[in-house]
Structure formats: structure tokens, C-alpha cells
Design a protein around this ligand. Structure first.
Ligand code: GUN
Length: 304
């Protein structure tokens, strides 16, 4: 809506991850129908879920639903919080060798007594549709075919589909996690993806606000609700919000709401384009996992 308080909002573009993801899932489902019609095997994703963390439960539930929408088989394997590392390694090993499973994920975070990195490295990189195994991370970093971590890939796809210019632009990535910040910065830097000038900012960065203000594109992935305020954003910049923190909200039936890393209500009036939370990056992440699973089933990156 155009009001005296939001002079730019008439031109602001809402980047709709939900509808973009729905369109891509339809494309995937069409491809699956072709594969099955020509006698091929239906893609099959397995997910391993440990414990009952609310966020993880929701993500995995949505991944299983996305499999249905794409025409994939899915298998959910659950363990309680007290599962041992050996039991999980056993599970990973059997998924690695199960010829019916094209790809699988182990939902993170895992309980503290489990060495997460050890589990990730036990996954056969040819079935690592999360793109977390060092082989995939390394191949991504040098631009070789591989599974690319779903959140950064989903953001690249959103920028592409919304024709947002990235080449030569100043891009700030807020956060340096293995799942989002690091691969995001790597992709935004690479010629075949962002081809941008990338700055990674984190909890120890000096002049963080000023660095953000110089950016044409801000990708916020620090997990701190409403961290990016209007005074940190250059007018006309593009803001991508990866945050999904559950904050208590007694006015909601479930007792919480999802908060992004961006103060959306204030920032939306400054930007050229912005992703909402929910309905922005989140649905794209799950959708890219589906695309990676389709690639696994079609042996797109690795022969088995
Ligand atoms: N936890 C948060 N994001 C992810 C993800 O993309 N994959 C897995 N396996 N765990 C996560």
C-alpha cells in the first residue's frame, strides 16, 4: 500500500518463496511422472529425525509433504534423544547401501552427545542431498557438479527467478554457518552463480552497520530476530531473510510466531525487494532438497 509513511512501498517487490516453490515442485512432479511413465524408479528420500525439537519436527514434516507433492517416495526414521552415536552410524551405513534410497538427510541439530561432523562424514557423498559432506562442500567451492546445500541454492534460485541483478553487485552475507553463511558467500562469489563482490559479516565484525549500508544485496542468516533494522539498509537494496526464530507470542494459537533476522515492517519501506518470513526462503529450501533428490535419482552428479 502506498502511504505517506512508506514512499517506496509502491515499488517494493515481495519475493514470494511460497509460490515460487510451488511452481518448482510442479516442474519436479512433471519430471517424475515422465520417469515413472518410461519405466523408471520413483525418487526416494529418507529423513532421519532424532528427538522432538519443535523446529526440526516441522521441517521434517514439511519435507515429507513436499515429497508427496513431487511424487517421491519418502521414509522417515525416528530416534529418541538418547540414541547412541553408534546406532546413528549404523543407520547411516544401512541407508548408504540401501539401493532403494536415492538420497537421505539427517536433520540437524543432533543431541550434544553425538558428534555431528562424524555423522555427516559417514554419509555416502553420492546420497548426501543436503550437500553437507566435505566432498560436496569442497566440490561446490571449486565449481564442480555436486549437491549444493538447499538454503543457499534456494536463495540463488529466487534471485534468478525474480531477475535480481547480482553480477558485480556488493553482497553482504550476515552469518558464517556451515549450512548457510559459508556456502552462500561461496555461491554469491562464483562466476556461474552470483558473480558478486561478497563481504561476510559476523559477531566480531567491526563497522557492521556501515558495511550493511554499502550493500546492494543483504542476505541475513544469523538467527537473531529483527537484527537488520531500516538504518542498516541502503535505499533500493534487496534483502533476503533466512531467519526463522520461534519467539513467544500469546496471541497465536500455537504460542509462538516465526521471526526473521530482518525488521520487516520497517525495512520493507526502504528496499527494492524483500523476502517475507514465513513464505520466503523457507519453502525454497525444502524445494531445493527435492531438486537435489531428483538429481540423485537421475544420477546427475555422480554415477553409482
Ligand atoms: N537443520 C536446519 N537446516 C537443515 C537442513 O537444511 N538440513 C538438515 N539436515 N538439517 C537442518
Amino acid at each position: 500500500m502506498h502511504t505517506a509513511h512508506s514512499p517506496n512501498s509502491l515499488h517494493m517487490q515481495l519475493i514470494d518463496g511460497k509460490s515460487t516453490a510451488a511452481a518448482i515442485k510442479q516442474e519436479i512432479a512433471a519430471r517424475v511422472a515422465e520417469i515413472v511413465a518410461s519405466g523408471g524408479k520413483r525418487p526416494h528420500l529418507a529423513a532421519v529425525l532424532v528427538g522432538h525439537d519443535g523446529g526440526s519436527e516441522t521441517y521434517v514434516k514439511n519435507k515429507v509433504l513436499a515429497c508427496k507433492a513431487c511424487g517421491f517416495e519418502s521414509t522417515l526414521i525416528r530416534y529418541e534423544d538418547d540414541v547412541t552415536e553408534d546406532e546413528l552410524l549404523q543407520c547411516v551405513s544401512s541407508l548408504n547401501t540401501n539401493p532403494d534410497i536415492d538420497g537421505f538427510i539427517v536433520q540437524l541439530p543432533l543431541p550434544k552427545h553425538i558428534n555431528e561432523q562424524r555423522i555427516i562424514e559417514a554419509i555416502d557423498y553420492r546420497k548426501d542431498v543436503d550437500g553437507f559432506h566435505p566432498v560436496n562442500v569442497g566440490r561446490m567451492a571449486i565449481g564442480l557438479p555436486c549437491y549444493i546445500s538447499a538454503t543457499p541454492l534456494g536463495i540463488i534460485e529466487l534471485l534468478r527467478r525474480y531477475a535480481i541483478p547480482t553480477r558485480g553487485k556488493r553482497c553482504v552475507v550476515l552469518g558464517r554457518s556451515n549450512i548457510v553463511g559459508k556456502p552462500m558467500a561461496s555461491l554469491m562469489m562464483q562466476k556461474n552463480y552470483g558473480d558478486a563482490t561478497v563481504t561476510v559479516l559476523h559477531s566480531h565484525s567491526e563497522d557492521l552497520k556501515a558495511e550493511c549500508r554499502r550493500a546492494d544485496i543483504i542476505i541475513a542468516a544469523i538467527g537473531s530476530p529483527a537484527f537488520v533494522t531500516a538504518d542498516m539498509v541502503k535505499p533500493g537494496a534487496v534483502v533476503i531473510d533466512v531467519g526463522t526464530t520461534r519467539v513467544p507470542d500469546s496471541s497465536r494459537e500455537r504460542g509462538y510466531r516465526l521471526s526473521g533476522d530482518v525488521d520487516f515492517e520497517a525495512v520493507k519501506d526502504v528496499v527494492a525487494a524483500i523476502t517475507p518470513v514465513p513464505g520466503g526462503v523457507g519453502p525454497m529450501t525444502i524445494c531445493m532438497l527435492m531438486l537435489n533428490t531428483l538429481a540423485a535419482a537421475e544420477k546427475k552428479y555422480y554415477a553409482s
